[in-house]
Structures are given as structure tokens and as C-alpha cells.
Write a protein that binds this ligand. Structure first.
Ligand code: FE2
Length: 268
């Protein structure tokens, strides 16, 4: 999910769901994988690392979505569905509501190894798929999709904030335990995962769904606010709540003021 310019086009799978990647693309995956494995131990939460191992992703080539889906299905009934790089909110929510994780199938170019705004297959599979093997996270993603499918168009942006501050950029700290990352945007990034955990600059707030719904964000900078949960059970519990009701509450309270500078006017 995301907005921005269409620099990349997703690749179209064959009838078995397989995609032909080039040698160079396989090499990019391999380098991203190795790089992330050097920095994630001690930074990503245990559950993420355990489920990443359970996914048994290839390290020398881009994984194929049917292979990933096989593991997802066996654990939590999810699958990874190929989509174009950017899809409308409605389609995004509908897929999640069917336990299908929408995955863009292109991989970033060598010039954008550090950062890209559009989600590529490394972000989708390496970042998102491990925690879709977890009961709590999977239940939350499903509930989120169902809420989105039933939401009014005006509520889409608000729901997106809840996803942003949990599934994408969430931090986790069990009572008495260490602060770790679980969000896909962090676990698939080289710079921001360190920043989110180590820097004194961003605020780390105890997660509260209403607060997250009221917090503005920008997709093109490191986050200025991260929300910290104690365990995935918290998201599981949230999945049982009336998310659209929470949106109404948050809307009545109004947005928090942004803690970041406005986007450069010249960029628009
Ligand atoms: Fe994502």
C-alpha cells in the first residue's frame, strides 16, 4: 500500500504463479537478505526472527509467492497474492479480509538498495510475511481488512494510520524485556530499524489504538513517533474490538498536531 510515482511495474506471474526474475534481481534479493540478517538479531523481536526462519526463504534468489503461501496456509490460513505495485484501498482491504496478503512482485533496483517509498517484494515477503505466521498478528491483519472493507471511504485514511503504527512501524517491549522492532517497514529497512530503537530523536509512545488513529505520519521520512506494544496478544485483542467504533471515537477527539515539518511545497 502507498502512494507515489509509478517507477516500478509489478511482474506478471505465469499460470503456476511463478515469476521469472533476472540474475541481477536474484542478486539484489540475496544482498538485501544477507544485509538484513546482519542487523536484525537483537533488533527484531524474537517472534519475527523465529517465523522468518520458519518461512525458509531462499537466500540466493527472489522467492516465489506460491512457495511462501504454502507455509502461510499451513500456519494461519493466509496466502500471499501478487498485485501491481500500488492498489486502491478498497482492493487492499478486500484482499486482507480474505486472508490474502497483497504483495507487489517487483524488486528494487540496485540504485535504491537503501530506501524506496514503494513496497517491493523484499519489503512484502521479508518484512510482512514472517508475522503473518503468528496467531495474534494474523488475526489483527484479518480484522483490519474486514473493518476496511466495511468502512466508509472517509475512514480509509484513518484506518491506514492504525496499520502504519502497528504492522508497518510497530515496536514491541514485553514487561521487563528489551525494546525490539516488529513492523515490516522497520524489519525490511537498514537505516530506520536502528534509528527507531537507538536514536534519541523520535518519541516512543505506549500503544493505544485511539492515539495511533489520531497521529499523522509521513511516508517519506523516518518516523517521528513510534508506538510500542507489549505483546502480540494486544493486537489479537484489538482484532476482537469494533475498529469502526474506535475510528468514530478518534474522529470525535480530532487529530494530534504533526510532530514533523510539512512536506516541501515545491515537491507537490
Ligand atoms: Fe508494508
Amino acid at each position: 500500500m502507498g502512494k507515489g510515482s509509478h517507477k516500478y511495474a509489478s511482474k506478471v506471474p505465469d499460470e503456476r504463479g511463478y515469476i521469472a526474475y533476472t540474475e541481477d534481481e536474484d542478486q539484489v534479493w540475496s544482498e538485501l537478505y544477507a544485509r538484513q540478517m546482519r542487523i536484525l538479531p537483537g533488533r527484531a523481536c524474537e517472534a519475527y526472527l523465529d517465523y522468518l526462519a520458519a518461512l525458509e526463504l531462499p537466500q540466493d534468489r527472489v522467492p516465489q509467492l506460491p512457495e511462501v503461501s504454502e507455509v502461510l496456509r499451513a500456519h494461519t490460513g493466509w496466502e500471499a497474492a501478487p498485485v501491481p505495485a500500488l492498489i486502491p484501498f478498497t482492493e487492499f482491504f478486500n484482499l486482507l479480509a480474505e486472508r490474502k496478503f497483497p504483495a507487489a512482485t517487483f524488486i528494487r533496483s540496485r540504485e535504491q538498495m537503501e530506501y524506496l517509498q514503494e513496497p517491493d517484494i523484499f519489503h512484502e515477503v521479508f518484512g510482512h510475511c514472517p508475522l503473518l505466521l503468528d496467531e495474534g498478528f494474523a488475526a489483527f491483519s484479518h480484522a483490519y481488512g474486514r473493518a476496511g472493507a466495511a468502512a466508509r471511504k472517509e475512514d480509509h485514511a484513518m484506518l491506514a494510520r492504525l496499520y502504519w503504527f502497528t504492522v508497518e512501524f510497530g515496536l514491541i517491549q514485553p514487561p521487563g524485556g528489551a525494546l525490539r522492532a516488529y513492523g515490516a517497514g522497520l524489519c525490511s529497512s537498514i537505516g530506520e530499524v536502528r534509528y527507531a530503537l537507538d536514536s534519541d530523536v523520535p518519541e516512543r509512545r505506549r500503544f493505544d489504538p485511539i492515539a495511533a488513529l489520531r497521529t499523522p505520519y509521513r511516508i517519506d521520512i523516518f518516523q517521528t513517533v513510534y508506538y510500542v506494544i507489549e505483546s502480540s496478544a494486544e493486537l489479537y485483542d484489538l482484532a476482537q474490538q469494533d475498529l469502526l467504533g474506535l475510528i468514530r471515537e478518534a474522529r470525535a477527539l480530532g487529530m494530534f498536531p504533526p510532530t514533523f515539518p510539512p512536506r516541501e511545497a515545491a515537491a507537490s
